[in-house]
Design a protein around this ligand. Structure first.
Ligand code: CP
Length: 322
């Protein structure tokens, strides 16, 4: 039950995008996540790495996995954790994000985890408050802990990511997960493929360091992993796909289609998933091939690793007596 016996001089006071991280940061976070993964499977999950620190989870968008795992992660590390949701916050009464940020900062939290539908919101809160801020998803921009957990879960199953062929398929245009996964895969030297209908690709995709496909069977050829994405209808302003049924026909990942990939190819989805739209329901539940629940499990461990590093730094920077 002792305080975590590990120290690394984490060179960041926030986590806004995976582009902030260097390969050593990632290796340290993965090593610590592996440690917390084992602890989370044991009967004694409670530790005190964040004892005395306060963590605020400030969520302006719905979430099951990210909010639940940040709450569990903070509590398992001994922090006092408070959740604020937009539905119950004073933003409903017209309060600005700046005023919300300053109000919460006056309560002296040590860590703020924020999800918001506006790109740049987490960066804004960090600049307004100076408090260690973790981006839990900002608009279409970034979801760094999802990128970390996806690639951590994948590396737990297939080993070294360098040189592996990884395909991301689906609504890449609206996906902060795709942007964070691509950032991680580029940092670790994977061969990246993207597959989507032309209407669901961003205009700058040629600068992402990935090979672009529109035909899923071609894209799957020789892949070691395929990451399927949710169709983000809440971010679509027009009809960007013909119908869910037609989308599944052309871009849905199925067991039959995986025959074009390597025999051991695994399939992932960040959730929440639309069964038989983005991924065949039976494939999603096939634990030999699907890492979907491994991703959820990895999410708690990765968030513990991130909170631990930023919490240690926040503790070091706090004024004596604070
Ligand atoms: N993957 C993800 O961010 O899921 P939630 O929206 O449930 O947090």
């Amino acid at each position: 039950m002792g305080r975590a016996d590990f120290t690394y001089d984490f060179p960041h006071d926030r986590l806004i995008t995976v582009d902030d991280l260097n390969p050593l940061d990632i290796q340290i976070l993965f090593d610590r996540a592996e440690h917390w993964l084992a602890i989370n499977q044991s009967a004694d999950k409670k530790h005190d790495a964040l004892k005395g620190l306060t963590q605020i989870n400030l969520f302006f968008e719905p979430s099951t996995r990210t909010l639940g795992s940040f709450e569990l992660a903070g509590k398992r590390l001994g922090a006092d954790v408070v959740n604020f949701s937009a539905a119950n916050s004073s933003t409903k009464k017209g309060e600005t994000l700046a005023d919300t940020a300053r109000t919460l900062a006056a309560m002296h939290p040590d860590l703020i985890v924020v999800r918001h539908n506006a790109s740049g919101a987490a960066d804004f809160i960090h600049r307004e408050t100076g408090i260690a801020t973790i981006n839990a998803g900002d608009g279409m921009h970034s979801h760094p802990t999802q990128g970390l957990l996806d690639i951590f879960a994948l590396s737990q199953r297939i080993g070294d990511i360098g040189g592996k062929r990884v395909l991301i398929v689906g609504d890449i245009l609206h996906s902060r997960v795709a942007r964070s996964d691509v950032g991680m895969l580029n940092l670790l030297g994977a061969e990246i493929r993207l597959c989507a209908p032309p209407t669901l690709l961003p205009t700058d995709v040629d600068r992402w360091g990935a090979e672009i496909f529109h035909d899923l069977d071609d894209a799957l050829d020789g892949c070691d992993a395929v990451i399927t994405l949710r169709l983000q209808k809440e971010r679509m302003s027009g009809a960007l796909i013909p119908s869910s049924r037609e989308y599944f026909h052309f871009w849905g990942v199925t067991g039959r289609r995986l025959e074009f990939a390597n025999p051991d190819c695994v399939v992932m989805h960040p959730g929440p998933m639309n069964r038989n739209v983005e991924i065949e329901s039976t494939l999603a539940d096939d634990t030999d091939r699907s890492l979907i629940l491994d991703q959820v499990e990895a999410g708690v461990a990765i968030r513990m690793a991130v909170l631990e590093q930023l919490g240690q730094r926040a503790r070091k920077n706090a004024r004596p007596g604070q």
